[in-house]
Design a binder for this molecule. Structure first.
Ligand code: PHE
Length: 442
C-alpha cells in the first residue's frame, strides 16, 4: 500500500517546512523594508491569499486527486494529450533547485560547525571567511554532501516515518528558535531604527515593481511550481481539508518571514549597517554582528541552526519529488530511488559547489553553474510548471472535479468559496504567472 501522512498536523508541518526556507530569511526582510514596510505586508498578504494560494491549491488538488507521482498524476487525470510533460517540468525544476539549494545548505552546516566551536570570524574578517568557505573545494564539497546525505537519510525512512516524523520535531524548534533570536534582536539598543525600516508604512515606496517583487517572492516562498506540493498532496488522505491546510501553510510561511525580519533587521540597524539581502546578509553581515553583541556566540549557534532547519525541510520536499517519481515510474524500491536521485543531485551539486572556486570561470549562458541553476529554476522551470498546472486545472480538469476535491466529495460546505478559487485559477492565475515570467526575464 502507498505510504501516507498520518495526521493533519503532519501534513501541515511538512508543507510549512517546504515553504519556509532561505527565501524567508534572506529575501523577505529586505524586500519588506525597501518596499514600504507595513504597506508591503498588506500587498504581500493580498497577493498570497488571492493569487498564490489558489495556485498552490491547484497543485495540491492534482496530487491528492490522483494519488500518484508528479508525471503520472496528469496522465491519470487526463489520459489524452501530453499533460505528463507538466509533471516532467516539475521534476526538472525540483532537481535544478535542489542542486544549488544543497550548496547553501552546506554553508549553513559549515557555519553551524564553526558557531558551535566558537570559531566564527571576528568582526571585520567575515568577508574573507565567507570567501574561503565558498571557494575552498574540500569545504564546500564536504558540507554540501553532508547536507544532501542528511536530506536523503530522512527520505529513506519514507513519508510517515521519515518526512512526517522529523519535520514534526524540526518545525516547532524552528519557530521557537527564531522567536528567541527575534527577542534578542529587538531588545538591542538602537533596534528601533530596524523596526521602523521593517514596519513603517510608506506608500510612496509602492511602485509597479513592488507588486512584481511581492509576487515573485510569494511564488518562490510558497514552493509553487516544483511539484513539491503536488507530491506531498499525493500522500494526503482524502478526509484532510485542502483549503484549510494550504491556508495554514501560507499563514505560517508569512508569519515566519516577519519573524525573520524581526530577528535580522533590528540587529543590523542597531550597528548602523545598511540593510542588504542574499548570502551576504546571512553569511557576512550577521556574523559580524554576532561578534559584537552580548551572548552573540549563542545567538550565532541558534541562528545557523535556524538556517539549517529551514533549508533542510525545503530540500527534503524537493528531493521527494524525484524519489516518488522513480519509485512509481521505474518500480524501484524507496531505498534505490533515494540513492539514484541523490546520485544525480550529487553530480549537479558538485558543479554548483565548485562554482565558487575552481569552476568559477566555467560558464553556461554566461553564468556559473550555481547561478545558472538558480536562474533556470526560479525564472524558467518553476513559473512554467506553475503556469501549466493552473491551465491544466482550469481548462482541462474543470470546475466540477476541482470543487469536488476541495469539498472532499461535497461533504464540506462553502461551495461559493470553492467556485471563487476556481475562477482565480482559471482566469487570473495564468495571466499573473505569465507576467512574473516576462518580468523575471527582463
Ligand atoms: N520555499 C522555499 C524557500 O523559501 C524554496 C522552495 C521552492 C522549496 C520550491 C521547495 C520548492 O526557500
Amino acid at each position: 500500500m502507498r505510504d501516507n501522512f498520518k495526521s493533519s498536523f503532519g501534513v501541515l508541518v511538512a508543507m510549512a517546512g517546504s515553504a519556509i526556507g532561505l527565501g524567508n530569511l534572506w529575501r523577505f526582510p529586505y524586500l519588506m523594508g525597501t518596499n514600504g514596510g507595513a504597506a508591503f505586508i498588506i500587498i504581500y498578504l493580498v497577493l498570497v491569499f488571492l493569487l498564490c494560494l489558489p495556485i498552490m491549491m491547484s497543485e495540491f488538488v492534482v496530487g491528492r486527486r490522483s494519488q500518484v507521482n508528479a508525471v503520472k498524476a496528469f496522465k491519470v487525470l487526463s489520459p489524452k494529450g501530453h499533460w505528463g510533460l507538466v509533471g516532467v517540468l516539475g521534476v526538472l525544476a525540483s532537481v535544478a533547485l535542489i542542486s544549488f539549494y544543497c550548496v547553501v545548505g552546506g554553508w549553513t552546516i559549515d557555519y553551524l560547525v564553526h558557531a558551535v566551536s566558537f570559531t566564527l570570524p571576528e568582526q571585520g574578517s567575515s568577508e574573507d571567511f565567507f570567501a574561503a568557505a565558498v571557494s575552498t573545494p574540500w569545504r564546500t564539497i564536504l558540507y554540501t554532501y553532508i547536507f544532501l546525505a542528511l536530506t536523503a537519510l530522512v527520505l529513506l525512512a519514507g513519508i510517515k516515518d521519515g518526512i512526517e516524523r522529523y519535520t514534526k520535531v524540526m518545525m516547532p524548534l524552528l519557530f521557537l528558535t527564531i522567536i528567541i533570536i527575534a527577542i534578542r534582536s529587538v531588545t538591542l539598543p538602537g533596534a528601533g531604527a530596524g523596526l521602523e525600516f521593517l514596519f513603517k508604512p510608506d506608500f510612496s515606496k509602492v511602485t509597479g515593481n513592488t507588486f512584481l517583487n511581492a509576487l515573485g517572492q510569494a511564488f518562490f516562498s510558497l514552493s509553487i511550481g516544483c511539484a513539491t506540493i503536488l507530491t506531498y498532496g499525493s500522500y494526503v488522505k482524502k478526509q484532510e481539508k485542502i483549503v484549510k491546510l494550504s491556508s495554514l501553510t501560507a499563514i505560517s510561511d508569512t508569519f515566519f518571514a516577519i519573524l525573520a525580519g524581526l530577528a535580522i533587521m533590528p540587529a543590523v540597524f542597531a550597528f548602523g549597517i545598511s540593510p542588504s539581502e542574499g548570502p551576504g546578509l546571512l553569511f557576512v553581515v550577521l556574523p559580524d554582528i554576532f561578534d559584537q553583541i552580548a551572548a552573540g556566540g549563542v545567538i550565532a549557534i541558534l541562528f545557523f541552526f535556524v538556517l539549517f532547519i529551514a533549508a533542510i525541510t525545503s530540500s527534503i520536499s524537493l528531493l521527494e519529488v524525484s524519489v516518488t517519481y522513480l519509485i512509481e515510474a521505474c518500480r524501484m524500491k524507496r531505498r534505490m530511488a533515494v540513492l539514484l536521485s541523490s546520485a544525480v543531485c550529487l553530480v549537479l551539486c558538485t558543479l554548483c559547489a565548485l562554482s565558487g572556486g575552481v569552476l568559477s570561470d566555467v560558464h553556461v549562458l554566461g553564468k556559473t553553474f550555481f547561478d545558472f541553476f538558480d536562474m533556470i529554476s526560479a525564472n524558467l522551470l518553476m513559473p512554467l510548471c506553475g503556469l501549466f498546472i493552473v491551465i491544466f486545472v482550469g481548462w482541462k480538469l474543470g470546475r466540477k472535479d476541482f470543487v469536488d476535491e476541495l469539498s472532499n466529495g461535497g461533504t464540506l460546505p462553502n461551495k461559493r468559496l470553492y467556485n471563487a478559487i476556481f475562477f482565480m485559477v482559471k482566469y487570473v492565475a495564468p495571466i499573473v504567472i505569465a507576467v512574473i515570467m516576462i518580468f523575471g526575464w527582463l
